[in-house]
Write a protein that binds this ligand. Structure first.
Ligand SMILES: [Cu+2]
Length: 210
């Protein structure tokens, strides 16, 4: 799928959702968009996005992230006189899209949603957001650290430094517990003991996920 098609699909998804979901039943602000340029980590207090490794993520690079949240609710009690109201099964889930430009070329970056905001230190962003939380942290058990229980957005950049990825999971974030997207040094591991691991944190983007 091309980038244009992915964005078109995301926008169409939003448009159809706006039509199909009565305003009264819609969750507040089901969409989140973030568009930022990476700033030095020392600027973390005021920056939307920061870099910890300028060779992989230069300050000339930029990032776009979009979230669409489908709550699974929407139609019940809105069909006056209709039979079987409340019987509609709406989609429930969360769609996250990332697009980057100006990153190191031909490089595979591991990218995930993390629990805390970006800070001056790479570790400020906390662990990965997990739908079912692994009692053992840091979580490297593939039963928990996998792209269905976490949001993974690994990107392999083209020779021009551009890339994009998307993720669809069947759950919604708990309020205020998903706060950033972290870009790591290498591809995300999938084998137990290394699951979810992707090396050093090279950049971070603040995203107020819903
Ligand atoms: Cu991560």
């Amino acid at each position: 799928m091309s980038l244009v098609k992915a964005v078109t699909a995301a926008v169409a998804m939003g448009a159809s959702m706006a039509i199909a979901t009565p305003a009264a039943a819609a969750p507040p602000h089901p969409f989140v968009f973030v568009h930022d340029r990476f700033q030095p980590a020392s600027e973390a207090k005021h920056a939307g996005a920061v870099t910890y490794d300028k060779s992989l993520v230069p300050t000339s690079a930029s990032v776009f992230i979009a979230e669409a949240r489908l709550s699974g609710k929407g139609m019940e009690n809105h069909h006056e006189g209709g039979e079987g109201h409340g019987q509609y099964k709406m989609h429930k889930g969360t769609f996250v899209f990332i697009s980057v430009r100006g990153l190191a070329a031909d490089h595979h970056f591991g990218i995930h949603v993390h629990t805390k905001p970006c800070g001056t230190k790479p570790d400020s962003s906390g662990p990965h957001y997990q739908n079912k939380q692994d009692p053992k942290q840091p979580s490297t058990n593939s039963k928990y650290a996998n792209p269905h229980n976490e949001v993974w957005l690994d990107v392999t950049t083209k020779s021009n430094g551009k890339g994009w990825a998307k993720s669809w999971v069947k759950w919604n974030f708990r309020p205020d517990e998903a706060r950033s997207v972290v870009i790591h040094q290498h591809a995300t591991g999938t084998t137990s003991g290394k699951a979810g691991q992707a090396g050093a944190r090279v950049a971070c983007v603040n995203v107020p996920f819903k």
